[in-house]
Design a protein around this ligand. Structure first.
Ligand SMILES: Nc1ncnc2c1ncn2[C@@H]1O[C@H](COP(=O)(O)OP(=O)(O)OP(=O)(O)O)[C@@H](O)[C@H]1O
Length: 334
């Protein structure tokens, strides 16, 4: 559906987007995730034909966005980070204006406006001035204009920024709904949002694509649990001694909960964390010490995000989605 090849954008000496290559397939919701300044808006602006690229290609259904912009742009509906809403107009007037600019006329224009008003649930405010609408409703109007012309792909740049928690939930639900009928790409720097809405995540940091996978695979692949948390009635000295006899423990962090209970966070470099858990269990038992609790630290997207964006200076992504470090050892192998 969309193919991005070796896309680069430079502002003078500064590279905002650095050799991005990826494919977007039809019928999914894709999340562009990255910290502020990562290059998300720049990439979206190029993909939608609003900004030129320094190098590379973007093709929408085979049409090059730079060589056949009219055909390519017809396939995309875009909500930029700052939607160009005309504050003195009503949503109805604004949608009529955008619809006409997209080439819609007469009965078809009327039908599509009714459709998008219904889809984005702005019936109640369609005759009020946009200047009097809440940010949540303005965002809906922005999404409504993106839907006009019935494009196959909807691209939304940080659609939930600046909204209150209820509005955020409503816009997320709307994005999910749109994903049933369109290919949706949205950007965000909120991990939980991406995790909740999208079925593919592209993590961008410092202009580079550093991961591209399903949220659950990213978790599984990149940060398998490698930390065991135990509480025991052994003393700190006894705990140190017991753990010293177990191989593959690379780090421990102890905290005395009260005089009789100790909590220890144990990190291992062993491939099979359950083997190490077992060894710990029997080592404490052999010394007559009770393990009162044992749990494995579960990875989440937050950890991955921090791990990947911190490592982004020396990581690169391979075609199959594997994330590699280029100067140190491998981060993951699928
Ligand atoms: N016109 C410009 N001239 C110079 N630098 C620019 C220009 N536009 C963007 N940049 C820089 O390019 C980098 C990427 O910006 P971009 O807006 O794409 O990031 P982003 O991931 O969308 O972040 P945010 O969430 O803050 O919008 C930033 O460092 C930004 O300062």
């Amino acid at each position: 559906m969309i193919s991005v090849e070796h896309l680069t954008k430079r502002y003078g000496d500064f590279t905002a987007v650095d050799d991005l290559t990826f494919e977007i397939n039809e019928g999914h919701v894709y999340g562009f995730l990255g910290p502020n300044g990562a290059g998300k808006s720049t990439t979206m602006n190029i993909m939608t034909g609003c900004l030129s690229a320094t190098e590379g290609h973007v093709r929408i259904d085979g049409y090059d966005i730079f060589e056949e912009p009219n055909k390519a742009k017809k396939l995309i509906g875009y909500l930029p980070e700052q939607p160009p809403l005309y504050l003195n107009e009503t949503p109805l007037e604004y949608l009529r204006f955008v619809g006409e600019a997209k080439g819609l006329r007469g009965a078809e224009l009327k039908k599509q406006i009714e459709q998008v008003i219904h889809q984005t649930r702005i019936e109640d405010v369609k005759n009020r001035r946009i200047s009097s609408l809440s940010k949540g409703y303005r965002q809906r109007v922005g999404i409504a204009q993106a839907l006009l012309g019935n494009p196959k792909v909807i691209i939304l740049d940080e659609p939930t920024v600046g909204l209150d928690p209820i509005q955020i939930i409503e816009i997320r639900d709307l994005v999910k709904e749109l994903g049933q009928t369109h290919t949706v790409i949205f950007s965000s720097h909120i991990l939980s949002e991406v995790q909740a809405i999208c079925d593919q995540v592209l993590i961008i940091a410092k202009g580079k694509l550093i991961a591209f996978d399903k949220p659950e695979n990213l978790e599984k692949r990149l940060l398998a649990p490698n930390e065991i948390i135990i509480t025991s009635d052994a003393t700190a000295e006894e705990t140190k001694e017991i753990l010293a006899g177990i191989d593959h423990i690379i780090d421990t962090n102890m905290e005395e909960k009260d005089t009789k209970i100790i909590e220890v966070h144990i990190r291992t470099d062993h491939d099979n964390i359950y083997e190490i858990s077992r060894a710990i269990f029997f080592a404490f038992a052999a010394k007559g010490k009770a393990l009162l609790e044992m749990s494995l630290k579960k990875a989440n997207l937050e950890d991955i995000f921090i791990e990947l964006t911190e490592k982004s200076d020396d990581t690169e992504i391979l075609e199959n989605g594997t994330v590699m470090e280029t100067t140190k050892s491998e981060v993951s192998d699928v």
